[in-house]
Design a protein around this ligand. Structure first.
Ligand code: KIV
Length: 263
C-alpha cells in the first residue's frame, strides 16, 4: 500500500514513529522504499552530496526535477517529498510554478525552508492541492544569513518564535513540519503543539518521524560527521540491513540517542 499524507497523520495519532531517508536516484529509491522507509526526501542536499558544492545554494529547479523523476521511477510506494531549491519560492507565484514542476516530475509533497512568511504561499499551494512540508530550525538555504550551520532555538525568543511559526504554518495548511538541529525539548514542544506530523533531524527522539541523509547514515560522506548522524552500515553486512536497522531503531525510539541529540 502506498504511503500518503494520511498514513503519516494516522501514525502520529497512534504514536508509531515513521522514517525518512534521502534518495536521488532510481536504484537507491527502490532499495529504500522496499526496505520499508515511509518517506523519501529528494533533498537539495544533493548539491553537496552528489555535486560536491559546499552548500545547497547552487541547486536549480532543473536539478530537482531531474532527480525527482529518477527517484519516482524506482520508488515502490514511499511518499516522495521534493525540496524547492534556493530562491525558487521567493514569491507565491514563483512557488506555484516551482511546485507544479516538481509535482509533475513525480513528487507527492514539496518542502520549503522558512517561517511564518511562508503562510500565504502554504495556503495558496494547499488550496490548489499541493501538500507542503515546512523546514524550520537550521535552514541550509539561509546559511549565509545564519553565519554557519549552527543549532537553532537555544535562546527563549528564537524558540518561542519557532513554536509560533509551526502553529501558524499548520493553520495555513502545511502537512508536515521538519525540524533540523534544534534542542530536543523544543522539538518535543513543537511536536505536541501541532496536529500535523513533525520530522526531526538533530532534534531528539520525541518527534513523530526521523530523517537522515542516506549517504551520511551509510558513512559515505567524507569530512566532518555531524553529531546527529549515526553510521548504520557499521555492524551491518549490506545497505539493506543498514536501512532496516535504522527503521528498527527509529521505531523503538533508540535512535537518536543522547549522543546524537542537542540539549
Ligand atoms: O536536503 C536535505 O537533505 C534536507 C535534510 C537535511 C532534511 O533538507
Amino acid at each position: 500500500m502506498a504511503v500518503t499524507i494520511n498514513t503519516l497523520k494516522e501514525m502520529k495519532q497512534s504514536g508509531e514513529k515513521f522514517t525518512c531517508l534521502t534518495s536521488y536516484d532510481a536504484s537507491f529509491a527502490q532499495l529504500v522504499s522496499c526496505a520499508g522507509v515511509e518517506v523519501i526526501l529528494i533533498g537539495d542536499s544533493l548539491g553537496m552530496v552528489l555535486q560536491g558544492n559546499d552548500s545547497t545554494l547552487p541547486v536549480s529547479i532543473e536539478d530537482m526535477a531531474y532527480h525527482t523523476k529518477c527517484v519516482s521511477n524506482g520508488n515502490q510506494g514511499a511518499l516522495l517529498m521534493a525540496d524547492m531549491p534556493f530562491m525558487s519560492y521567493s514569491t507565491p507565484e514563483q512557488a506555484m510554478d516551482t511546485a507544479a514542476c516538481l509535482m509533475q516530475s513525480g513528487a507527492h509533497i514539496v518542502k520549503l525552508e522558512g517561517g511564518s512568511w511562508l503562510a500565504e504561499t502554504t495556503r495558496l499551494l494547499s488550496e490548489r492541492g499541493i501538500p507542503t512540508c515546512i523546514h524550520l530550525g537550521l535552514t541550509p538555504q539561509t546559511v549565509n544569513k545564519m553565519g554557519g550551520y549552527k543549532v537553532q532555538g537555544r535562546q527563549d525568543e528564537q524558540a518561542n518564535n519557532m513554536v509560533d511559526d509551526a502553529i501558524n504554518l499548520a493553520n495555513a495548511g502545511a502537512d508536515i513540519i521538519l525540524l533540523e538541529c534544534v534542542p530536543a525539548s523544543l522539538a518535543e514542544k513543537i511536536s505536541s503543539s501541532v496536529d500535523i506530523p513533525v520530522i526531526g533531524i538533530g532534534a531528539g527522539n520525541k518527534t513523530d518521524g526521523q530523517v537522515l541523509v542516506l549517504h551520511d547514515m551509510l558513512g559515505v560522506t567524507s569530512g566532518h560527521r555531524p553529531k546527529f548522524v549515526k553510521n548504520f552500515l557499521e555492524g551491518s553486512n549490506s545497505v539493506t540491513s543498514a536501512i532496516e536497522s535504522y527503521i528498527k531503531d527509529v521505531k523503538s525510539g533508540e535512535f537518536p540517542s543522547e549522543e546524537h541529540t542537542f540539549k
